[in-house]
Write a protein that binds this ligand. Structure first.
Ligand SMILES: [Zn+2]
Length: 714
C-alpha cells in the first residue's frame, strides 16, 4: 500500500481556561481518526497548539498581576497534561505566541497586501477608560434597548432575542472594570474577502471539502450575499503580534489562530528534520481540520481565502462536529455536569470516555449527549462484559503455554471478523465511529456466544479435554485480539495490553486479518475495571464543589462551547402504528406441526388491539441489584433501574437458572405498569420479560447494545 501523507489539526484551545469534557469530544475524535490512519499504514501527523492572544488574556494577566507569558505558559502545561491523561497523542503541541507563528503571520499578511486585499476603515466601539481598552461585545453588559431587560450582553438580549450594537445598550458598563464605557473611534485594517467570493463559492460547494449540511449553510447564510470585509486588526493595547507595516496595530486573535496550525508544523518539522513545504505546499499532502460548529465560518471562508492568497495547500476536508450535552442538557456548573478533564481523571478511566464518545460520534453535526447512566452501562456491558471478558475468561486456562499450533476450526468466526474489517475501516475513515463500534460489538457478541457454548471452565475439569481446552482458548483469544486491533484507535492501552498478553505488539490493521498460531500466552494482567455508578456520582459531586479560579471571561467562553439543543429523540409511536395495527398480521394460527414451543405454549388466537398493546408499558431496565430471597426456591429479588430516579423491586422466578452476580448491570426488558402484587416476601412492582416455558428453560430478554434504561419498548 502506498501510504497517504496526512496532516491533521484540532482547533486550538484558548489559553484562558482549562480543558473540560466538552472540549474532549473533538480532541478524542481527532485522536481516534489519526491513530486509525497510522494503523492503516498511512503517514499521519496530529498538530495542535494553545490559542493565546487577545483581550481576555491581557485582562486576566493584569488582574492576576502577572505577565501574559506567565499566564499562558502555565495554562499550556495544564492543557498538555490533561490531553496526555486521555491518551491524546499530538505530534507537536505549540503556541500561537511563538516566533514561528509571528514569521508565518507576516508571510501571509504580505501576500494579502500584495493581492491588494487589505484596506483601512474607522470603527466606532465602546472603550473602557479604566482598563484603557476597546471592548468586544461580550465585555459589555447593560439594559436591553428593546425590552429593557437588565444585564444583557452587548450584542443581543436573552429575553426578547433582539440583536443590537453595544452602543445601543441602556446604561452600559464594562465587565472588566465596571466603568461606564465611552464611545471612541479607531482605525482598523480589513481584508476584502468579497474579492475571493468566486473562489469560495467553488471551494465550498464543489468537491468533498465540507459536510453537505455545512456547504448548504454557507450557501444560505454567507455566500448568497456580498461577503463583509473582515476586521483583522485591533489597536493597542492588545496582547498579540504588532503588525509589521502598521505600528500600533495588532493582528486580531482570529487572524493568527489558524496560522498557528502552520507554526506548529514548523516546530514539528524542525524537531524531526522534515520539510515544511512537503506538508503545506505539496498537493499530494492531505490537510484535515477538525473543529466544532461554532467556528465554522473562520475555517471555511477566511482560512481557505488566506491559504489561497498565500499559495498554500487548501484543506482537503474540514470535519465539523456538534456540541456536548450531559443528560440531555447544557453542561452546567451548578448541576456538576461541567466536568473538567482533570476532575474526570481523578475518578474515572480515560478509556471509558474514549469508547463512549466513539460509540456516539457520527459523521454529521448532531450534538452528542453524554447520558451518565448509559455511560455506565456501555462501559460495563460492551467494554468489560463483551470485550475484556473474552480474554479474562479464557487466557488463564493457557497462561504460560502456547496457543494451538494450527488455528483450530471455529465455524468461520474469525473469517467473519476479517470480512467486517473493511466495513469497520470505511466507517472510521468517514468519522462514523458509531457504526464502527456497532460492527465491533456485533463481532464481540458472536465471540461471547462461542465461549458460552464451548464452556472452557467445564473443559478445564476434564483432563481428557485438555486439547479441546487449548483450541477453545486459542479461538477466543484470537477473536479477542481481532477486536482489540479494530478498537486500537479508540483504546490504545487495550491494544498494548493485548500485544503483551499474546507476545505480538499491535502496530498494523492488517494484523486483524490472520490469527496467531503457536504464540506464547502471557500471564493475564488485569485490563479494565467496571465503572461503579458511585464513581460517576463522585465526579459530579466534585464538579459541583469545585470552583476553580475562573473569572467572568471564562464563564462566557464556557457557555460558547455548549448548546441549547436537547438530546436525542426517542422513536415516536406513530412509526409503529402503520404496520403494528394487526390488520395484515396473521396473529392467530394453529400450532405449527413439529414446533415444540408451540406445543408447550400455543399461539393465542384472541386478537389484541393496538390500544390494548399500548397499555402495556415495557421499558428497558438495568439490573441494579440482584439477591437471593430467603426461604424462596425459585425467586430472585431484583432492583431495576428504569432510568432517572425510577427504581422498581421485582421478584422473578429465575433462581437456579441465573446467578444474582451474573445479572447485575445487565439490561432487561421490564413491564413497568404491571399492577403491584403482594407476595410472601414483599411486593413485586413489575415483571422481567423472559422466553421459554419455565423450569430450566428460561431466557431473559435483552435489548441490543445501545439501548438505555428507561427507553420504551414498542
Ligand atoms: Zn430585550
Amino acid at each position: 500500500m502506498s501510504g497517504r501523507r496526512i496532516l491533521v489539526t484540532a482547533a486550538l484551545p484558548y489559553a484562558n481556561g482549562h480543558i473540560h469534557i466538552g472540549h474532549l469530544v473533538e480532541y478524542i475524535q481527532t485522536d481516534i481518526w489519526v491513530r486509525f490512519q497510522n494503523l492503516r499504514g498511512h503517514r499521519c501527523i496530529y498538530l495542535c497548539a494553545d490559542d493565546t492572544h487577545g483581550t481576555a488574556i491581557m485582562i486576566r494577566a493584569r488582574q492576576e498581576g502577572r505577565s501574559e507569558a506567565e499566564v499562558i505558559g502555565e495554562m499550556q502545561q495544564a492543557h498538555v497534561r490533561d490531553f496526555a491523561g486521555f491518551d491524546i497523542a499530538f505530534d507537536n503541541y505549540g503556541s500561537t505566541n511563538s516566533d514561528e507563528n509571528r514569521t508565518q503571520c507576516a508571510e501571509i499578511w504580505k501576500a494579502l497586501r500584495d493581492a491588494d486585499l487589505v484596506h483601512q476603515k474607522q470603527v466606532t466601539q465602546l472603550f473602557d477608560p479604566v482598563e484603557g481598552t476597546f471592548l468586544a461585545d461580550r465585555f459589555v453588559r447593560g439594559t436591553c434597548p428593546k425590552c429593557e431587560a437588565p444585564d444583557q450582553y452587548g450584542d443581543s438580549c436573552d429575553k426578547c432575542l433582539a440583536n443590537f450594537s453595544p452602543t445601543d445598550l441602556i446604561d452600559p458598563r464594562s465587565t472588566l472594570s465596571g466603568a461606564t464605557p465611552e464611545i471612541r473611534t479607531a482605525d482598523h485594517l480589513f481584508v476584502r474577502i468579497e474579492q475571493l467570493h468566486g473562489f469560495l463559492d467553488e471551494w465550498t460547494q464543489d468537491g468533498d471539502h465540507l459536510q453537505s449540511e455545512v456547504a448548504n449553510y454557507l450557501k444560505g447564510h454567507f455566500l448568497g450575499d456580498e461577503l463583509r470585509d473582515w476586521d483583522v486588526s485591533r489597536p493597542a493595547p492588545y496582547f498579540g503580534f504588532e503588525i509589521p507595516d502598521a505600528p500600533g496595530h495588532y493582528w486580531y486573535v482570529w487572524f493568527d489562530a489558524p496560522i498557528g496550525y502552520m507554526a506548529s508544523t514548523h516546530q514539528w518539522c524542525q524537531a524531526n528534520g522534515e520539510d515544511f513545504d512537503t506538508w503545506w505546499r505539496d498537493p499530494e499532502t492531505e490537510i484535515h481540520h477538525f473543529i466544532g460548529k461554532d467556528i465554522t465560518y473562520f475555517h471555511t471562508l477566511f482560512w481557505p481565502a488566506m491559504l489561497k492568497t498565500a499559495g498554500f495547500n487548501l484543506p482537503t476536508k474540514v470535519h465539523i462536529h456538534g456540541f456536548l450535552t450531559v443528560d440531555g442538557r447544557k453542561m452546567s456548573k451548578s448541576e456538576g455536569t461541567f466536568v473538567q478533564a482533570s476532575t474526570y481523571l481523578e475518578h474515572l478511566n480515560p478509556a471509558w470516555i474514549r469508547y463512549y464518545y466513539a460509540s456516539k460520534l457520527g459523521p454529521r453535526l448532531d450534538d452528542l449527549d453524554l447520558n451518565l447512566d448509559e455511560f455506565v452501562t456501555k462501559v460495563n456491558t460492551d467494554l468489560v462484559g463483551k470485550v475484556v471478558n473474552l480474554a479474562s475468561r479464557t487466557a488463564k486456562f493457557i497462561a504460560g503455554k502456547h496457543t494451538a499450533a494450527d488455528y483450530p476450526d471455529d465455524d468461520g468466526l474469525f473469517v467473519r471478523g476479517t470480512e467486517a474489517g473493511e466495513r469497520i475501516a470505511a466507517a472510521y475513515e468517514a468519522c462514523d465511529f458509531n457504526t464502527a463500534m456497532r460492527e465491533v460489538m456485533a463481532l464481540a457478541d458472536a465471540a461471547n456466544k462461542f465461549v458460552e457454548d464451548a464452556a472452557p471452565w467445564a473443559l478445564k475439569k476434564d483432563p481428557d479435554q485438555a486439547d479441546r481446552l487449548v483450541d477453545v482458548c486459542s479461538i477466543a483469544l484470537n477473536l479477542f485480539r481481532q477486536l482489540a486491533i479494530y478498537l486500537a484507535p479508540v483504546l490504545p492501552q487495550l491494544a498494548e495490553q493485548t500485544g503483551q498478553l499474546l507476545n505480538d505488539p499491535i502496530t498494523n490493521w492488517d494484523q486483524s486479518q490472520a490469527p496467531l498460531a503457536g504464540t506464547p500466552v502471557g500471564e493475564f494482567q488485569h485490563m479494565m475495571q467496571r465503572v461503579d455508578p458511585k464513581q460517576v456520582q463522585a465526579m459530579i459531586d466534585d464538579s459541583k464543589e469545585a470552583t476553580p479560579l475562573e473569572n467572568q471571561l471564562e464563564a462566557v467562553e464556557a457557555e460558547d462551547t455548549t448548546s441549547e439543543e436537547p438530546g436525542e429523540d426517542t422513536p415516536s409511536p406513530e412509526t409503529i402504528d402503520e404496520n403494528g395495527g394487526g390488520d395484515d398480521q396473521p396473529a392467530a394460527e394453529a400450532p405449527t406441526a413439529g414446533c415444540e414451543a408451540h406445543q408447550q405454549e400455543p399461539l393465542t388466537t384472541e386478537l389484541c388491539t393496538f390500544d390494548d398493546f399500548m397499555k402495556v408499558d415495557m421499558r428497558v431496565a438495568r439490573v441494579a441489584q440482584a439477591s437471593h430471597v430467603e426461604g424462596a426456591d425459585k425467586l430472585l429479588q431484583l432492583v431495576l433501574d428504569l432510568g432517572g430516579d425510577v427504581r422498581k423491586t421485582v421478584f422473578a422466578g429465575i433462581k437456579g437458572v441465573y446467578q444474582p452476580e451474573d445479572l447485575v448491570d445487565r439490561l432487561v426488558v421490564c413491564c413497568a405498569n404491571l399492577a403491584p402484587r403482594k407476595m410472601r416476601f414483599g411486593t413485586s412492582e413489575g415483571m422481567v420479560l423472559a422466553a421459554g416455558p419455565g423450569g430450566d428453560d428460561i431466557f431473559l430478554l435483552a435489548p441490543d447494545s445501545g439501548a438505555v434504561p428507561g427507553q420504551r419498548v414498542h
